[in-house]
Design a protein around this ligand. Structure first.
Ligand code: HEC
Length: 396
């Protein structure tokens, strides 16, 4: 299972780099092209770009074909592969491990099964809304304003329903799904129509071009927000507190603005410092909000029996210096991995994981920083197996 996780991530990152790399390159090419200064190779050239890369000189022309172009290549595989590997990771990490990774283990709101259903809806519904908006209006400002509202609601809903880590990933996955759907349902079909026209020696219908270009540009603007949500998994600070929904919206807004700043610069050679400043302020807003300490959960000690209390206390001294809403261990700004052990319920929900990390292997506490004794480890191991943790047989 763990190897499947590695391979899934490997494929996902590779496909995403290839997709976004190509897409960013073509966006750059489009915005950097200027009207041709001298005679061109093809007829109907709208723009040209001269480049030097990897020790070679390159020359590109963007043109409207007047004859069959059998060698016209398409790049849609990486987008589909990114979506499929992403879906696999969603299934592997968040649906199979819904009880630990998907539901909010700090304050569970729903059963793992209901959470999986919400998760699946979150992947699809935002795309349907976005697609409807694009088909209803040609005004991208209207689409943008509506989508800011959609993403804000989505962010609030996800952080309310899911674990902090899953919440951030879901908002990104919803946008990522919209990006892949743009490629699959809009960009590619319009390319196919354009290619058919070229094959029949008909002039290209610029409407198909406009439809494909519009969605492609939207994808370009969604990239930085999506990437932030994907890497946020490794940095629990942003997703750990009560304002995490707003932090996500602000930082995603900053990513969007950085892209806009850059695109304007490429297309017009004009620097818009106001946009750079806005992106910076949005990012600072997110960072500032992450300083608000999260609410700590409290365990009523009189609810615990003697054995539970003994183990609870071991975990408090050896683990919760790091694994708490506000860690006391130096160097930890927030609970590592979003894993908190402030109540017995929070410990029980991760009993299998604790067994793997602490009893089957000596991974936790890292480097035995909190000096957990062998007697404590044995007591914790016995208690975990008595609670039905998935115990590795030869360790029993
Ligand atoms: C010095 C700080 C520290 C202490 C003490 C500590 N941990 Fe951790 N713990 C971490 C870090 C860092 C991670 C990795 C988080 C990540 O993957 O982003 C982690 C991750 C975990 C995970 C999640 C692993 C996964 O697969 O996601 C579990 C479970 C865990 N620790 C249990 C424990 C237990 C049980 C103890 C006490 C016996 C303990 N930790 C003590 C720092 C600590």
């Amino acid at each position: 299972m763990e190897w499947l996780g590695y391979i899934g991530r490997w494929g996902h990152i590779l496909a995403a780099i290839t997709w976004i790399g190509t897409s960013f390159y073509f966006n750059w090419l489009d915005l950097s092209e200027r009207p041709p200064k001298s005679k061109t190779l093809k007829p109907n050239v709208v723009g040209e770009v001269h480049e030097i890369h990897g020790g070679s000189f390159y020359y590109h022309e963007r043109f409207w074909p007047t004859e069959d172009n059998p060698r016209t290549l398409a790049h849609s595989g990486p987008a589909q592969l990114t979506f499929l590997t992403g879906l696999f990771l969603m299934f592997h990490i968040y649906w199979l491990g819904a009880d630990v990774y998907l539901v909010d283990t700090i304050e569970p709101l729903m059963t793992p099964l209901s959470a999986i259903m919400v998760s699946a809806l979150i992947l699809v519904v935002p795309w349907l809304i976005y697609d409807f908006l694009c088909k209803s209006t040609d005004d991208d400002t209207v689409v943008l304003v509506c989508m800011i509202v959609v993403v804000t609601i989505l962010s609030y809903l996800s952080t309310w329903v899911f674990s902090p880590r899953a919440a951030f990933v879901h908002v990104g996955s919803a946008l990522g799904t919209a990006m892949a759907a743009n490629v699959y349902f809009q960009i590619i079909p319009n390319h196919i129509k354009m290619r058919k026209q070229v094959k029949k020696f008909e002039p290209v219908n610029l409407n198909f071009h406009k439809l494909a270009k519009r969605r492609s540009q939207h994808n370009n603007y969604m990239t930085l927000p999506v990437l932030f949500s994907m890497v946020s998994v490794h940095f629990p600070l942003g997703s750990a507190n009560n304002w995490s929904w707003l932090i996500l919206v602000l930082v995603m807004g900053s990513g969007f603005t950085i892209r806009h700043y850059r695109n304007i610069k490429l297309a017009t050679d004009v620097n818009k410092p106001s946009l750079a400043l806005l992106a910076f302020c949005l990012l600072c807003g997110g960072i500032a909000l992450s300083y608000v300490p999260p609410t700590t959960s409290v365990q009523n000690l009189s609810d615990l029996n003697e054995t539970d209390l003994k183990v609870y206390n071991i975990i408090q001294t050896r683990c919760s210096v790091c694994h708490a809403a506000v860690p006391t261990q130096k160097g930890f700004a927030s609970a590592p991995g979003g894993v908190r052990f402030e109540t017995l319920a929070q410990i029980l929900v991760r009993k299998d994981q604790i067994y793997t990390q602490t009893i089957a292997a000596d991974l936790m506490p890292p480097g035995n920083l909190t000096k957990m004794t062998n007697i404590e480890r044995a007591a914790l191991g016995d208690w975990l197996s008595s609670q039905g943790a998935a115990v590795i047989p030869n360790e029993e």
